[in-house]
Write a protein that binds this ligand. Structure first.
Ligand code: SF4
Length: 240
């Protein structure tokens, strides 16, 4: 399940170039403007009996279509943290390209981190990995994952895997997508295996190179094709 308390975003790095949540390919006009959605308080909404509409033991992918740490959302985030804290029975996955805004975005009672919050740091190339991942590792976070997506080149994340619970990799989607080479995916998988970190190949991307052959993949099949390659570590299945 996805929860988007706000919508809208804008480019922060090369991985954003073909993001369809902003710019000319946005699904809606003005998607670069960051606004609250009508699902802002969704996790704590209740029915007439006073029961939560969303039952417990769920995973909520939070802000996957925007960025949790956008400065434009600074005035709303304290309320969102309070909702997350209230719903200890839900695991919240928060994925970001703005991990450098982490410390200025925390609630006062964060301490070493909330147990039910999984923070994912996205890296698309080596330069962003070398900038974002040392910061990511230095912050108080109980559960961490790295998302190498959209994977734009070979990346060595092996210096940054201590204390990381899971890694995903995926290619770029959309008509203008850049190529994703399967060798790059396998290299990351190998780095994870050596560090005993679970790995998941999320999607091939729209332009996938394998054994020297470049293929355009049907957008509805990118996940299935990746899965059928059989390289996922099933220990990481529940949360990711
Ligand atoms: S941060 Fe994420 S949602 Fe925002 S523009 Fe970049 S890729 Fe898109």
């Amino acid at each position: 399940m996805n929860w988007e308390p706000w919508t809208g975003c804008y480019k922060i790095s090369d991985g954003c170039t073909n993001c369809y949540f902003y710019g000319p390919n946005a699904k809606r006009h003005d998607q670069g403007e960051v606004v609250k959605t009508d699902k802002f308080d969704w996790p704590v909404r209740t029915n007439k009996k006073g029961e939560y509409n969303i039952k417990g033991d769920k995973i909520l992918a939070t802000c996957f279509a925007t960025d949790f740490f956008l400065p434009e959302a600074d005035g709303w985030r304290a309320e969102v943290w309070a909702m997350i804290k209230e719903r200890q029975d839900i695991d919240f996955l928060i994925l970001t390209k703005r991990i450098d805004r982490f410390m200025v975005s925390l609630p006062r009672d964060w301490g070493d981190g909330y147990e039910n919050v999984n923070i994912g740091c996205t890296v698309e190339n080596q330069e962003r990995a070398d900038y974002r991942l040392p910061l990511f590792l230095s912050y108080p976070i109980k559960r961490r994952f790295i998302a190498c997506s959209p994977l734009l080149e070979p990346i060595d994340i092996s210096p940054y895997l201590h204390g990381v619970h899971h890694v995903t990799a995926g290619g770029e989607t959309g008509r203008a997508a850049r190529e994703c080479d399967y060798d790059w995916v396998l290299q990351i998988r190998e780095q994870c295996a050596k560090a005993d970190v679970t790995f998941w190949f999320k999607n091939t991307g729209a332009v996938f190179k394998r054994d020297g052959v470049v293929e355009r993949i049907n957008p509805f099949k990118e996940t299935t094709v990746a899965k059928e390659l059989g390289i996922n570590d099933l220990r990481g299945k529940r949360l990711f």
